[in-house]
Design a protein around this ligand. Structure first.
Ligand SMILES: [Zn+2]
Length: 245
């Protein structure tokens, strides 16, 4: 993890430090080597948060786009006491999970159900070498249905990475490490619907959506509508997207 409690303060790892886990309260030791990302690890093996994924530079780059107070936030289910650490949780309740490795569909749905209001950001370059190329070809084969924001309707079958996330009932942003010098990071939003053949994907820039992420929206459908289609006509336009499908 990036943080542990040192004298009660949420702190980043530095060499030879000890702290307490923000989730389970057990002792943590800092891991600070030349070839690793500095982090905290439990001193003795424990099943603190089985959903926690070891962080990469990609995770840290993404987290650094948000103020520190929103990083690594503990979520507790009031009924069961189940606890998990969200990568990012904003004041409006939106959880943002950064996913670099393969994850089973069932686990995605478990997390969606646990966090309720969640946005996934998926590293599009980490699984298969062909994912990005295949995604671009899928867009080419699909129909462009809008120019601003650039929106396509495409066949799920044409893109394995889109298929991987087809059953996710929360919005997914694919990050293929595309960068626009003026507009910032380029992302592709896969809009969740029940349709198993066709999907709408929308090209977004992080700089365009970052303010929307902090808006107080009721649930992730409002969020994706707002992100994808602009806050002004959000529901109207989202319904149009549904109709296109
Ligand atoms: Zn722990």
């Amino acid at each position: 993890m990036q943080y542990a409690l040192v004298n009660g303060i949420k702190s980043e790892a530095s060499p030879n430090f000890k702290g307490l886990c923000i989730c389970c309260g057990n002792e943590m030791i800092s891991k600070c080597g030349k070839k690793i990302i500095w982090h905290w690890a439990h001193k003795t093996k424990c099943e603190c948060d089985l959903w926690w994924e070891n962080e990469t530079i990609w995770h840290r780059d993404w987290k650094s786009k948000f103020p520190k107070e929103f990083h690594e936030i503990i979520n507790i289910d009031d009924l069961t006491g189940e606890k998990h650490i969200a990568d990012i949780k904003l004041n409006n309740g939106l959880v943002i999970e950064f996913q670099n490795s393969r994850i089973k569909e069932e686990e995605v749905l478990l997390r969606n159900n646990f966090y309720k209001n969640i946005l996934w950001v998926v590293n599009g370059l980490s699984l298969r070498e062909s994912d990005y190329r295949e995604f671009c070809i899928a867009l080419d084969k699909g129909n462009k249905v809008n120019n601003i924001p650039l929106t396509y309707l495409f066949n799920l079958n044409d893109s394995k990475i889109a298929m991987d996330w087809a059953d996710c009932n929360a919005p997914v942003l694919f990050d293929f490490s595309e960068e626009d010098l003026e507009l910032g990071k380029v992302l592709w939003l896969l809009i969740p619907t029940a349709n198993q053949d066709k999907r709408v994907v929308v090209q977004l820039h992080f700089d365009d959506i970052k303010n929307l992420l902090f808006m107080d929206l009721d649930n992730n459908y409002m969020l994706i509508s707002a992100i994808a289609l602009g806050a002004k006509k959000l529901l109207n336009r989202f319904m149009t997207c549904e109709k296109i499908i």
